[in-house]
Write a protein that binds this ligand. Sequence first.
Ligand SMILES: [Zn+2]
Length: 396
Amino acid sequence: MNSSQLKYKSSRRRRRRTGALGRSFIAVCAIGIAVLLFTKPPALIGMLGPGNAQGIQEPGQANEPGLPASEPQHLVSPLEEKRRERVSQLAETPHELGKVPIIMYHVIGEPESEWVRTPDNLRRDLERYYELGYSLVPLQAYLKGEIDLPEGVSPLVITFDDATIGQFRFVTRHYVEDDGARKPMEHKVPDPDCAVGILLEFSRKHPGFGHAATFFVDFPAPFEVPGEVRDKLNFLLECGMEIGNHTYNHRNLPDVPADVIQTELGKLSADIQKLTGQRPMSLALPYGSYPRDPDNKQYLLAGEYQGDAYENLGVLLVGAEPAPSPFHVALNRAAIPRVRGSEEELSKWLSYLDSSGTRYVSDGNVGTIAVPEGELDKIAPKFVDRFDLIVITGQS
Ligand SMILES: [Zn+2]
């Protein structure tokens, strides 16, 4: 047994410890939602199901990497079968300097167009990511280099810009399920055809996939219903989803002075904190446009508004390719590329990642970076001391 095999053994123990954290998270999530809606939460908890936003496995569940609880063979669906095969194959060649697709969606609705994805197509996208061996990771986990996935699974980040209604719509339900019986009870749940509802339903059926997503919001009313803003923002956070900064007024930033940039970013950050107790930690540039004055670019990552500091761990662009690994020297936090969530762009980039062998594949251990032999010099220096390196031979 060589040293890298030993590392993999220890990684399995690490995953089990993380599973216990996952259980606490689910409990906090359920309690939070109950408080939020001032009503009985069973329907919501039912939607969330087992698993948190990152899709961390429960201890003892994962007989195969990246898959939900072990099931009798005859119950495994063709989709699960395909994922299982893909993940087992990828586990042979972990590659944590590989690229990570950060998908960018805008409107979820009808009809499909350049900036619109239909609910059914979004469902198909999730199936496709799942089948290909991807699981969702929170954007902040990517930005911090804390990608915690089973061996052979690849990270994928989902983002939504503009906080349009199709991303998050509440519907009123008039009953709750209690031991198989329906009891009258009026309460709000995510519309099963909005992005939040679709993500929660998919991760309930496929807990290994998770439902992490970042919503880059702007004001005056994220998700378009003024009376529901606070509840929706808190709902997202309770579920482990993230709120990102998209400027207060969806402001085009190339020609505005430094104080306006700081007002646009700082006011949104302060208002989200007032509404939720947490600040956004990432920015998506409206129209993908940078300040033209090079001196003003610093205010995208950090600045101040009315005496309050704000910061962003990363600045995301509009388009146009998969992002570098968080450990790769090529990652520029002030300019992180995304892939547009359209049929053509998704097909192009998902195929490219596989055919070029440049896809990030986890080694199953958050404490190590698995690096192909020829790319050791591509690790960003600040990570070299923080992580154990595992050199993967026989891979370009
Ligand atoms: Zn926008």
